[in-house]
Design a protein around this ligand. Structure first.
Ligand SMILES: NC(=O)c1ccc[n+]([C@@H]2O[C@H](COP(=O)([O-])OP(=O)(O)OC[C@H]3O[C@@H](n4cnc5c(N)ncnc54)[C@H](O)[C@@H]3O)[C@@H](O)[C@H]2O)c1
Length: 454
């Protein structure tokens, strides 16, 4: 089966870039991205320098394909009906209420998608899970589709996305692997082949791995858990280094030169952030508990606990440096995004460190080159346990428009995102005479900037 029309539901950090790259590499396929948020669609159709997602290289890809075979639309019914293949790229956050609250994945958006697909489909379709989902979700999706629609055959594939924000376009151009899980039936294998045929337009065949649906769903959670585990492992050792006089950078290098371990994800940091690692590990923990595997659940839970410990430890270091009293102290928070080269601040370590410093009385001067003032203030409202009133925000949370402004007249500088511009080789901090903190403590002058997040 040759696919001519793709519809992707969800125009976020995954749906937008992945579909833009498919459209670029497959000019013979019409790719339409839909979203329930009309403002987002408007922004995807707007100027290239203010797309809703910031990623190096994304504007160029959208610029080339948009209007040719890449479209953004809020007509969900019409585009579901037209497509032979539908990607689900909606968000799957951690549940905040009900059974599994705080751990399990909230599948309400996936379920809403499945209901829409069932409602508006008039012909057979291949449904592709692009969102990260708990293992065996395809079963639930199938139930919803079959309950809400008759006579139409839906084939469900799992095709998890492994892109990392900040390098999404490069990752999509040259993926380490493309994973496609499908049913072992004839129609399942035909659907797998239809998706393989799309990717082979630019990905070498040997990088495309086909498996059963459950392996594919679980592989995504397991990959994120293993990546985050390395960050927590090195971070747990950074505190031991401080006690013993060992140097964490030297330790990382020495460990990483062992080819069985390798150098990636071995930089100590303030802890990982982003919308995926924490939620996916908690989801894995929940699944293990569900299957009665308490020891396995506890093992993976520790990765998140060490991450929280590292964020707290960093904030405490700054507070301790001022004898536990930050009243009247001004602190520059450099970086709000969860890592460099993205405007995504979900679960960013900066949000948590800033909250702790604010709670201890500090006045914050926050600067990030890509995260807008509105997003920063929304994060404060959404993530902080105690939401400051508007007078407190006005008096003690200042969003600055430049690095210079943020560092002017502060008592300490906390570097929380690894933006190039924040590196000491690119910015002269000396003239501000503040104390500079990175993921491990006070740094007198030269500082290492750590990659945060995934
Ligand atoms: N962000 C990443 O780096 C990354 C990487 C790999 C996988 N993932 C996974 O991909 C999925 C999407 O993540 P994201 O970061 O793109 O999320 P996102 O929040 O940026 O985007 C999701 C979009 O889906 C839309 N949406 C939700 N329900 C809808 C519905 N019923 N109909 C139409 N639109 C709907 C939302 O309005 C939103 O624009 C998640 O499962 C995530 O775990 C994310």
């Amino acid at each position: 089966m040759q696919i001519k029309n793709i519809c992707c539901i969800g125009a976020g950090y995954v749906g937008g870039p992945t579909m833009a790259v498919i459209a670029l590499k497959c000019p013979h396929i019409s790719v339409i991205v839909v979203d329930s948020n009309p403002d987002k669609i408007k922004a995807w159709n707007g100027p290239l320098d203010s797309l809703p997602v910031y990623e190096p290289g994304l504007a160029e890809v959208v610029g080339e394909a948009r209007g040719r075979n890449l479209f953004f639309s809020d007509d969900i019914p019409g585009n579901i009906e037209k497509a032979e293949m539908i990607f689900m790229a909606v968000n799957t956050p951690t549940k905040t209420e009900g059974e599994g609250a705080g751990m399990a994945a909230d599948l309400r958006y996936i379920k809403a998608c499945a209901k829409d697909i069932a409602k508006y489909s008039k012909s057979n379709k291949i449904i592709v899970e692009k969102s990260t989902l708990p293992v065996r979700t395809a079963e639930k999706i199938k139930e919803i589709l079959e309950e809400n629609s008759s006579k139409i055959h839906f084939e469900i594939l799992s095709n998890p996305e492994f892109l990392a924000e900040g390098t999404a376009i490069q990752d999509l151009f040259k993926s380490d692997r493309i994973l496609i899980g499908g049913d072992e039936t004839e129609s399942g294998q035909n659907a797998v082949q239809a998706l393989v045929d799309i990717y082979t337009n630019w990905i070498p065949k040997e990088k495309i791995l086909t498996t059963n649906v459950w392996s594919s769903e679980l592989a995504k959670l397991a990959s994120n858990a293993m990546l985050a585990q390395r960050i927590s492992s090195i971070n747990s050792l950074s505190v031991l280094c401080e006690k013993t006089g060992a140097n964490i950078d030297e330790l990382s290098k020495a460990i990483g030169m062992d080819h069985r371990i390798g150098p990636h994800f071995l930089k100590a940091s303030v802890g990982f952030g982003g919308s995926c690692f924490q939620k996916d590990i908690l989801n894995l923990v929940y699944l293990c508990k569900y299957y009665g595997l308490d020891e396995v659940a506890e093992y993976w839970h520790q990765v998140v606990k060490i991450n929280d410990y590292q964020k707290n430890r960093f904030a405490e270091k700054i507070t301790d440096n001022f004898d536990g009293d930050l009243n009247g102290k001004q602190i520059a928070i450099l970086g709000w995004a969860f890592k460099a080269n993205t405007n995504d601040s979900r679960e960013s370590a900066a949000i948590y460190v800033a909250e702790k410093l604010f709670d201890e009385g500090a006045t914050l001067k926050i600067y990030d080159p890509m995260v807008t003032k509105t997003s920063i203030l929304n994060d404060v409202q959404f993530y902080w346990k105690e939401i400051p009133d508007s007078i407190e925000v006005q008096n003690r949370i200042h969003i600055e428009m430049s690095l210079e402004d943020a560092c002017e007249k502060v008592d300490a500088i906390a570097i929380l995102t690894g933006w190039e511009a924040f590196k000491t080789k690119n910015f002269n901090y000396d003239r501000f005479q503040s104390k500079i903190f990175d993921g491990r403590g006070i740094i007198k002058e030269a500082i290492n900037i750590y990659t945060l997040g995934k």
